[in-house]
Design a protein around this ligand. Structure first.
Ligand SMILES: Cc1cc2nc3c(=O)[nH]c(=O)nc-3n(C[C@H](O)[C@H](O)[C@H](O)COP(=O)(O)OP(=O)(O)OC[C@H]3O[C@@H](n4cnc5c(N)ncnc54)[C@H](O)[C@@H]3O)c2cc1C
Length: 401
């Protein structure tokens, strides 16, 4: 690589590395520098998704990222149990590192670890230690940061990966087990059986604030493992916790995500807080918009025409409907009855459920979700319908606090 790379990506997490990997695969002449604040790329994570979230044209490409794949999964509610024949996949830090390694080996992807960026412009990065790096384009993939123009609820969870002495008996993922006691919001347990004797058990809460009572949640996971899985002899392999943003409203006129990718730019599913599917679309659409960068006339412009990249410019607008559903869930349903919204949703046709997670709902799907007897307070639903009015009220609340 010459001294100046074509592209700098700040943040070697999921979105930064997926984008680097895709752009380098698609553009054989490209060079990329990734700057990472911690001591390794890709961290220590797992990322799950429905295979139907991934465009068919990308399914072969994404294969090396997938560490585990199941043919179907279960959901459980007090009045509904269902198996969905949707392939469910999990990738992790190790597989993500392996996906970019050939580009590191070839020298087209350079990585600077333990290096924190302080300031970014469209073609430069100022490091905390003062050094200034330049490139034809700079992308900000530094992960979540609160934003004044975004109004949130939260999905919070603690997960235990355990190794059991005997087979635990869970045959396929349980994406939501909401038969557990509902505590202060929508609560469910999520189980991923990695093998006959290894399983992730995660206790999840959809609540208004980001606080997490970690010790209490740890105790509830142990109870679930004992009472619901019937497992008593096991050892802990790994623990994880997360607090994910669930978007209730966005002031679209002021929200600026130019140059940002991943959750930094609001590129996640508004209802689940999961970002893999959108990060993948961002990576792919970025890779195919680099033509702009190669054109001499525009050599010194930002690396691609943001407005021309419909995935990037359209994402926040496209999620309006999902934000409406969140306002219904968080503000129109009683906390202890929020599970009913999901219980009803999981009675809908499988194709609609697939499109919901893939972010490709049709108008007919949206109508279908909204029609029927809603398990929410109708007056509160109407009160929270308008995003603009919601933002106005929330701003007034913030200012008075
Ligand atoms: C525990 C947990 C489990 C999750 N599970 C899933 C899941 O199963 N499926 C899914 O789709 N989503 C999941 N998510 C949500 C989301 O997909 C992840 O948070 C995802 O990693 C976000 O990707 P990102 O690239 O935007 O940010 P990150 O992956 O967080 O990457 C940001 C990177 O930027 C670096 N950085 C930050 N500041 C600087 C700086 N100043 N200079 C240089 N580097 C910097 C960080 O060290 C980090 O490596 C999960 C989140 C958590 C927390």
């Amino acid at each position: 690589m010459n001294d100046q790379p074509d592209m700098i990506i700040v943040g070697a997490g999921l979105s930064g590395l997926l984008t680097a990997w895709r752009c380098l695969d698609v553009n054989p002449e490209l060079s990329v520098l990734v700057i990472e604040g911690s001591d390794r790329i890709a961290g220590d994570h797992t990322w799950s998704f429905n295979l139907t979230d991934v465009d068919e044209s990308l399914r072969d490409w994404i294969k090396p990222f997938i560490a585990y794949q199941w043919d179907s999964y279960d959901v459980k509610f007090p009045k509904r149990e269902r198996t969905l024949d949707i392939a469910y996949c999990t990738g992790n830090s190790e597989t993500l590192r392996a996906c970019v390694q050939p580009h590191i080996d070839s020298g087209r992807l350079q990585v600077r670890l333990n290096t924190k960026a302080a300031e970014l412009t469209e073609d430069s990065v100022t490091l905390e230690r003062g050094e200034v790096l330049t490139a034809n384009c700079v992308l900000d993939a530094r992960g979540f940061k609160p934003n004044d123009n975004v109004f949130l609820g939260y999905q919070k969870f603690v997960g235990h990966v355990i190794k059991t002495a005997k087979p635990h008996g869970v045959k396929r993922p349980i994406i939501m087990d909401a038969t557990v006691k509902q505590l202060g919001g929508y609560r469910f347990v999520y189980c991923l059986p990695y093998s006959e004797t290894e399983i992730l058990v995660e206790d999840t809460y959809y609540t208004d604030g980001p606080e997490l009572q970690r010790q209490e949640v740890d105790a509830r996971i142990k109870d679930y493992i004992r009472d619901n899985l019937g497992v008593s002899d096991y050892e802990m392999v790994r623990r994880e916790k997360g607090v994910l943003p669930i978007t209730l409203a966005v002031n679209e006129l002021e929200f600026n995500n130019i140059q940002k990718i991943g959750i930094r730019g609001g590129f996640y599913h508004a209802v689940t807080g999961y970002s893999f599917p959108v990060a993948l679309k961002t990576a792919d659409s970025s890779a195919f918009n680099l033509d702009f960068y190669y054109s001499d006339a525009k050599k010194h412009s930002p690396f691609y025409d943001y407005r021309a990249n419909k995935h990037i410019s359209g994402h926040i607008k496209k999620e309006r409907f999902l934000r409406l559903l969140n306002r219904m869930l968080f503000r129109a349903a009683k906390p202890e009855e929020r599970y009913k919204v999901l219980q009803r949703f999981y009675g809908l046709p499988q194709g609609l459920i697939e499109r919901f997670y893939a972010g490709t709902l049709t108008k007919a799907d949206k109508l279908r979700i909204l029609t029927g007897k809603p398990p929410v307070h109708v007056t509160k639903a109407l009160y929270n319908f308008s995003e603009k009015a919601f933002i106005k009220r929330e701003r007034a609340k913030r200012e008075s606090e």
